[in-house]
Structure formats: structure tokens, C-alpha cells
Ligand binder design. Structure first.
Ligand code: B3K
Ligand code: ZN
Length: 873
């Protein structure tokens, strides 16, 4: 039934020491010659079974001799040879059609047959669409690649590793050779062929290697690659300084494409990027875009060591490279920008995607136990929860031991395919810690609920903290174990300063402590506490749990005013907003928590010392997706209305005068600078605009329309347009039309136009989205377009997608069937938007369930079928 299990892992029967690949490249016919230098692992004869899909066999030879039809078995997915010498060279010749490859896995065409270029995507299982091979990450080989193509049509020919010669051929063709000296699994193979522009810069590594950095893009887009180059250099330096990781080839190449199934790919020495995460200039890119480019360039670069030099034994270990690399990127971004803001954003992402995943039918452990379509496991759980696990472990070790542990990990496993166990063992060896209890976090799905209740005992002068943990059941895991939870906490004095903390038998810890809580329940008593105090728990979000600290509005307001840990200050505002939301949702005539939330924020609003970006985040209640998780059953329209009530109340409490004045003041200071301080001010500026629009709609909309028209850069233009749309202002439509005209020719920017409309809070958004699917610039073949319009509609516009008549469901249902025929990965990802059907109120649940059932009855790809099957349970 195609299910792969972690427990069934067996080491490969055959190794590939070296592989020689020769490509004769053409848009619709490419010929691939592969010579695999094979070596049997064991002494007993074993059949060789290679993966292969969609390949047309032209020739097959062993040690130079043609095989007869009877000597091998070929089917849709494999090539099998029973009898082989223990060491031999297998040569195959295959034909493939890149232009017909709409799945964007393997070798495919980006753009048009006339102007586009060829490229590959192999992770996880795309290499088998290029040639027959043991397509598994624990087979590491040295790759020699020879590319041949028409020089006019394909002047640039790139592959992994270092350049190893080039020359002319007959008929206007040319060749370029590449050798990658670092053995690698085939999922890290890449080639690129076409007409591409480039920028380049020299870099010298800390250990003295001269490296040429190049970024390639099509046409004018190359002018927007400078920021990515700067980010790359920063990332390379940072990895040298923080981890002692030096780059290890003579060239490092990045290529941008508009046709890509995900964000980017870390192929050895030849990263390939979705253009939306590489291109950046002020005219086309918002401040958020810049941050994404910096983070993703760094992420892919960091994979060179965590992922490439040390790779994964099997795909169950995916988080070994992804969780770790996300964590490294988070550290890097925190160092480059505001650490507090970065933490807030990462926790927001975790809560609005991973927590939801972990609470629904698609919940799975960071290291899954089985899969039927591995592409469906590139999830928020594997990436973002995985990063949280690494963060907990790093925190537990402390900075110095963490670094020593990572050094040891590289030392032990460089050039190997490793497991999570090996990772934890290497890390723990740094200071003799046993990190194996953390394996439970890797194995157990679901978000732990941590309940904390504090009590002051005046007679004993002690503060008693009672903790309980409980992880709800998830599919296939009815019973859960207690997990090691690092709880970073402080008790705050009246002025917000952390008091010294002393547990029974230990010395005073100044200020802050980390408790290791690893049982179902426990009690901690802090001595010599002079008065009742507010505990600030889970500072910096020290573990990926749902904390119920039982704090009331007054205590939360205290934390919001005085907590010095920026993250927990924000968290207090979030918790207060959650209480207010619950009150509004329940329809209480007066919601005292709403008053407290508004009053406290109104007190903070004028404080000049507050970082404007943090203030902007304090003034923003949790997203609807996040709040909706507390609604059972979920009525998306009611949840939306309740959240709107929060925003409206806050705007009223702050008042038109204060909002108008702050907006004016920030606008005056605006120079379009790209530094962190300027970005922080813009964040507050645009938050003020949103709130101001609620209390003085006419004047504020006029201002937004004017700012839109005169906007010097994209951050401002986009923010004003989004604000006009959110407010339903009459200026929204003309501005939208203007935006479409301005950016018609630029796919990355035009995607923003699709996004805005998909997210518009209108009663006819379904019809507008349907109409946009017929727009000449829309295409179901392009994953960026599908994500901009359909994914955003289904995931980020709850009231519209969940329209009571079910029209939103039918729209996605029909689109899914079409997309699946073209690109299963993209279809499966979009289908995850339907996973929360069972939590909906009965009328919507029935409609969405019916859509799902119709879909599941169709003949769909393995990727989509897997999501649908698990979603319906
Ligand atoms: N490793 C790639 C993701 C590949 C996804 C394959 N379906 C990008 C990254 O995480 O860096
Ligand atoms: Zn990654």
C-alpha cells in the first residue's frame, strides 16, 4: 500500500561510490546518460533495485556490455537487476521531456519553451525522474556532471560543485563539466541551463578559501539580487563566527525561478530559489519581503553544513536538517535584527500553523513513524516545532556546551547520513548530559498543555508553583507521556524587576531561572518571598506548549506594563486579548478584560521609550486563525466579528486624535530607509493607519489613498492598499486597478495583488476569487499563483472561505481536482486548508465534509489522496 515505516529501515544493499552524468539538454527531449560505480554492501549476492519514474530506457550496460531484456526488470517505478558483480559500472541511457513536467519535480522547464530555462528539483524524490538511481538520502556519491546544449539557447550551464572544464561542440553546441568533490545524496543534485543574467562577488572564507559568489536571474530581475548577495555574505560570515562552519567549494551559486514548488532548495553549491524569496528592491519589495529574503538565503546557505555535509539517514530524520537549520536561521535573524521581534514572529508562525496542525487530523510527530507521501511531511511540525526542540536543547546545554556539541556533531558525522539519536548523542557528549529524554519530543505528536498555578504562602514566606502537563491524544497516539519542559520564569517585584529566586536546596539565582519539568505534575517552592508576586512564566517561549497560567486581567495588565522580557510583555498583551475575545465571543454585554486590554495599551501608546515595532505588535490582537483554535465548535463568522470588536474597541479607546497625531508624526519621520529602526517605525505607522481608519474612516481613507498614490516604496504602497481594502473604503478599487497596471509584468509583485484580493473581507470574495482564476495572468500551473490566490483565500480569509452557503468549499474543491492533475505537491498543500472541517459548527461541517468526500472518491495523486484520507480520518 506504499506506506514506508521508520521501523523498517534497512541499510542500502548497494552503494554508489561515483556517478557520471551526461546530459544532452533540450526543452522537450533531454537525454541522460548515467554511469553508476556500484559496490555491493554485503557479501551475499543481492538484487540491485533502482528507483526510476517517467523515464524512457534507451540502453542499459553493465561494465560496457549491453544487457539482454531478460537480465533486468523494468516497471513504472523501478529497474531491477538480479545478478551483478559485487563491484561494477552500470550505464543507462534515458530520454525525458522537461517541458511536459508540470509537477516541477525532476528536470523541468521554467517559463515558456521559447524564453524559459531548464532546472531541477530533486528533494525529496525527484532524482528518480532524471535517471535510475537508489533515490534515498543514505547513498552518498561523488558526482561528475557533463552538460551539453545549444550555446545560443542555453548559454549558462550549471551543476553542483566546482567547474571542471568547458568547450565548443559542433552545430553551435557547447559543453560544461562540473565535479562535486563532496559525496552527496542525489536529492542534493541540481542543474540549471538557459539564458540567465548574473551578478558576482568574491568572498574569502575564514580559513582562506577564495570563493566566487554568483546569483543568476532572468533579464531585469538581476537588478534586484543585490540584497540577497549582501544577505549571503552576512550569513557566510555568521556561520564562520558562530559555528566555525566555512564554505567548502570554489563557487557558490544561487538561481531564481518563478516556477517552484516551495521557497528554495539547498542543492550543494547551487541553491535554487523561488524568485519571491530572492528578489528585493524598494520598489517591489516590502520590509517583510526583505526579512524573508535575508532569512531564506541564510537558511539555504546554512544547510551546507546542516543537511549537506551531514545529511539524513532517511526521510524520517528530516527535522534533523530542517529543524536545526530553521533554528540556526532564527539565531542569525535575531542577531541581524531585533531578537525580541524575531521571537514574537516565530511564535506567531508556530501558533497559527504548527499548533493548528498538531491539534487536527494531520498531526504527526517531528519525526514521523510512517508516511505514504514524503512530500506531505515538509510541514510546520517538522520545520518549526523541530526548531523549537533544537532551541530547548540548546538552551538546556547553554551557549558554550551547545557550540561544543555542534562541533562534535560535525566531527562525528561529516560526510555521513545521520539520525536524531546520533545528533542528541553528539550534543550531549559536550558536557556529559543525557539528552535522550528529548527523543520523546521527537516521537510524540500534539501540543502539550501546561497548567501552572501559583500561590503565595505568607506564613512560610514562600511562593508555591504547581505544574501539570497533559498532551491531548492525536491520530494513532491515544496515550501520551510526560515531556521534559524547560520553564523559564521570574517572579516580578512591584517595579517589574525580577526577584532573586531560591528553591529549597539551592542557592539564590538572580532574577531568572529555568525549571526542568518532566513529570505529569510537580511543585516548586521559592523561599524568602516577601509578598504576593506575579510570576512571569515561559519567558521567551522556552517550550512549544500551550500555557495556562491562570492569570487574570489585572496580573496580565501588570506584566504588560512592567515585564522586562520583551517576549513575555507581548505575550501578556496576547493573553489579555484572548480573554477579551472570549468575552466578546460569548456575547457578554460588558467585557471587563476588553476594558483592561484597551486601557493598558492606551497607557503604553504614548510612551516614547517603547520600540515602535514592539508597540505595533502589542497593539495587534492574535490573528483570527490563532483565536479560532479556542472556539469549539468554530463559527468563523462569529469569531471574525468578535475579533473585529476588539480592534474597534482599541481604536476607540486610543482615540482619533491620538491615532491621527501619531500617524502624522511617524509619517513625517519617514525617509524610506531600510535599517531596522526605520522598518520598526513603518510598522507602527501602518498599524496606526489601520486603527485610525476605524475611528475616522473618511479622513484616514483619504490619507491612505494619498499615501498610496505618492508612495516612494512598496512597504508603504502595499500597507495603504491593504488598509483601504480592510476598511472597505471606496478608494480601494481604484488603487487595486492602479496596482495591477503598475506591476502587470512582474509576477512576484502581481502575486501581492492576488493575495490582497484573496484576503479581502467582502461578502463576494468567493466570486471575486473565482473571477480572478480566469484572469490572464493567473495559472493553475504556477505554484506561486495558486498560493497567492487560493491558499491565501482558504487559509487567511476565514469568513470568506467559510461562507455559510459552502461556495468557498466548492471553489477549492474544484480547483484541487484540476491542480492535482498538474502538480500533486501543490494540490496536497492546498488541500491541507480543509483539515479543520470537524471543528466547524454543524452546518458548515456538513458542507465541507461533503466536499472532502467528493474529492476522496475521485482518482487523485498519492500526495493528495494521502492528505484527504488522513483529513477524513
Ligand atoms: N529542503 C527544501 C525543501 C524541499 C521540499 C521538498 N518537497 C528547502 C528547505 O527546507 O530549505
Ligand atoms: Zn531547509
Amino acid at each position: 500500500n506504499g506506506v514506508v515505516r521508520l521501523a523498517d529501515y534497512v541499510a542500502p544493499a548497494w552503494r554508489v561510490d561515483e556517478v557520471e552524468l551526461e546530459f544532452d539538454l533540450g526543452i522537450s527531449v533531454t537525454q541522460v546518460r548515467a554511469r553508476l560505480h556500484l559496490r555491493r554492501s554485503g557479501v551475499t549476492p543481492q538484487a540491485l533495485v533502482l528507483d526510476g519514474a517517467g523515464l524512457q530506457l534507451q540502453a542499459i550496460r553493465v561494465d560496457g556490455r549491453e544487457l539482454a531484456d531478460t537480465q533486468y526488470t523494468l516497471d513504472e517505478t523501478s529497474l531491477r537487476i538480479e545478478q551483478l558483480p559485487a563491484v561494477c559500472v552500470l550505464e543507462t541511457l534515458a530520454l525525458i521531456d522537461p517541458a511536459a513536467n508540470s509537477a516541477l519535480s525532476g528536470l523541468y522547464l521554467s517559463g515558456s519553451a521559447e524564453h524559459g530555462f531548464l532546472l531541477t528539483q530533486c528533494e525529496a524524490e525527484g532524482f528518480r525522474r532524471i535517471t535510475w538511481y537508489p533515490d534515498r538520502p543514505d547513498v552518498l556519491a561523488k558526482f561528475h556532471v557533463l552538460l551539453r546544449a545549444d550555446r545560443q539557447r542555453f548559454p549558462v550551464l550549471l551543476a553542483n560543485g566546482n567547474p571542471a572544464g568547458s568547450g565548443e561542440l559542433e552545430d553551435g553546441r557547447h559543453w560544461v563539466a562540473w565535479v562535486d568533490p563532496h559525496p552527496k545524496p542525489c536529492y542534493l543534485f541540481a542543474l540549471v541551463a538557459g539564458r540567465l543574467e548574473k551578478i558576482e562577488q568574491e568572498y574569502r572564507t575564514a580559513d582562506g578559501r577564495a570563493v566566487m559568489l554568483r546569483i543568476f536571474a532572468e533579464g531585469d530581475a538581476i537588478a534586484r539580487c543585490g540584497y540577497a548577495m549582501d544577505a549571503l555574505v552576512r550569513a557566510m560570515r555568521w556561520d564562520e563566527q558562530q559555528y566555525g562552519c566555512n564554505y567548502d567549494l570554489d563557487v557558490f551559486h544561487i538561481v531564481a525561478t518563478h516556477d517552484f514548488n516551495m521557497g528554495a532548495m539547498e542543492n550543494k553549491g547551487l541553491n535554487i530559489f523561488n524568485a519571491k524569496y530572492l528578489l528585493a528592491d524598494p520598489q517591489h519589495s516590502s520590509d517583510d519581503d526583505y526579512a524573508h529574503v535575508e532569512a531564506i538565503v541564510a537558511h539555504e546557505y546554512f544547510h551546507n553544513w546542516t543537511g549537506n555535509r551531514v545529511t539524513c539517514r532517511d526521510w524520517f530524520q528530516l527535522s534533523l536538517k530542517e529543524g536545526l537549520t530553521v533554528y540556526r536561521e532564527q539565531q542569525f535573524s535575531a542577531d541581524m535584527n531585533s531578537a525580541t521581534l524575531k521571537r514574537i514572529e516565530d511564535v506567531q508562525i508556530l501558533r497559527r500553523s504548527q499548533f493548528i496542525e498538531d491539534a487536527g487530523p494531520l498531526a504527526h510527530p517531528v519525526r514521523p513513524e510512517q508516511y505514504s507521501a514524503i512530500d506531505n511531511f515538509y510541514t510546520a511540525t517538522v520545520y518549526d516545532k523541530g526548531a523549537e526542540l533544537v532551541r530547548m536543547i540548546a538552551g538546556r546545554l547553554g551557549a558554550a556546551a551547545w557550540r561544543r556539541g555542534m562541533d562534535e556533531y560535525f566531527l562525528r558525522h561529516d560526510g555521513e547520513a545521520a539520525t536524531v539519536e546520533q545528533f542528541l548523542a553528539a550534543l550531549g557528549s559536550a558536557d556529559g548530559s543525557d539528552l535522550s529524554p528529548y527523543l520523546r519530543w521527537y516521537a510524540q505528536a500534539g501540543t502539550p498543555q501546561l497548567q501552572a498555578r501559583g500561590e503565595y504562602d505568607a506564613a512560610q514566606r514562600c511562593y508555591r508553583l504547581d505544574l501539570q502537563q497533559h498532551t491531548p491524544a492525536t491520530p494513532g497516539q491515544p496515550h501520551k507521556q510526560a515531556l521534559p519542559i524547560p520553564l523559564r520564569l521570574a517572579l516580578l517585584g512591584d517595579d517589574g524587576k525580577a526577584l532573586p529566586l531560591r528553591l529549597h536546596d539551592s542557592a539564590d539565582a538572580p532574577g531568572e531561572r529555568v525549571l526542568e519539568f518532566d513529570s505529569d505534575r510537580a511543585r516548586f517552592e521559592f523561599q524568602d518571598i516577601d509578598a504576593p508576586r506575579v510570576a512571569s512564566l515561559l519567558r521567551g517561549f522556552s517550550a512549544p506548549v500551550r500555557l495556562d497560567a491562570g492569570l487574570g486581567a489585572a496580573d496580565l495588565a501588570f506584566l504588560l506594563r512592567f515585564e522586562s522580557d520583551g517576549f513575555n510583555r507581548w505575550e501578556a498583551a496576547q493573553q489579555l486579548a484572548r480573554l477579551a475575545f472570549a468575552g466578546c465571543l460569548a456575547g457578554a454585554p460588558v467585557v471587563p478584560e476588553l476594558g483592561t486590554w484597551c486601557d493598558t495599551l492606551a497607557e503604553l501608546f504614548p510612551q516614547a521609550a517603547l520600540d515602535p515595532a514592539l508597540l505595533a505588535e502589542l497593539l495587534t490582537p492574535p490573528e483570527l486563525n490563532d483565536l479560532a483554535q479556542s472556539c469549539d465548535p468554530l463559527d468563523p463568522a462569529a469569531a471574525h466579528t468578535a475579533r473585529e470588536a476588539l480592534e474597534q474597541a482599541l481604536a476607540q479607546r486610543l482615540g482619533a486624535n491620538a491615532l491621527r497625531a501619531r500617524h502624522a508624526q511617524l509619517l513625517q519621520a519617514e525617509r524610506g530607509d531600510l535599517d531596522g529602526a526605520a522598518r520598526a517605525r513603518r510598522r507602527l505607522l501602518n498599524r496606526c493607519l489601520r486603527l485610525w481608519l476605524r475611528v475616522e474612516p473618511i479622513a484616514a481613507a483619504a490619507m491612505a489613498a494619498q499615501r498610496y498614490a505618492e508612495a516612494p516604496a512598496m512597504t508603504e504602497r502595499l500597507a495603504c492598499l491593504a488598509a483601504l481594502l480592510a476598511a472597505g473604503a471606496e478608494q480601494a478599487q481604484p488603487a487595486l486597478d492602479d496596482f495591477a497596471c503598475r506591476y502587470d509584468a512582474d509576477p512576484v509583485t502581481l502575486d501581492k495583488w492576488f493575495v490582497l484580493q484573496a484576503q479581502a473581507p467582502r461578502s463576494d470574495t468567493v466570486e471575486r476569487v473565482a473571477a480572478l482564476m480566469a484572469h490572464p495572468r493567473f495559472s493553475l500551473r504556477n505554484p506561486n499563483r495558486v498560493s497567492a490566490l487560493l491558499q491565501n483565500f482558504a487559509v487567511r480569509n476565514l469568513p470568506a472561505f467559510h461562507r455559510p452557503d459552502g461556495a468557498g468549499y466548492v471553489l477549492i474543491e474544484q480547483a484541487l481536482a484540476q491542480i492535482d492533475a498538474l502538480n500533486p505537491t501543490t494540490a496536497a498543500r492546498l488541500a491541507t486548508a480543509l483539515k479543520d472541517w470537524a471543528r466547524l459548527e454543524p452546518a458548515r461541517r456538513r458542507l465541507l465534509q461533503a466536499s472532502l468526500q467528493r474529492l476522496v472518491r475521485r482518482d487523485s495523486s498519492q500526495d493528495l489522496a494521502d492528505i484527504l484520507r488522513r483529513t477524513l480520518g
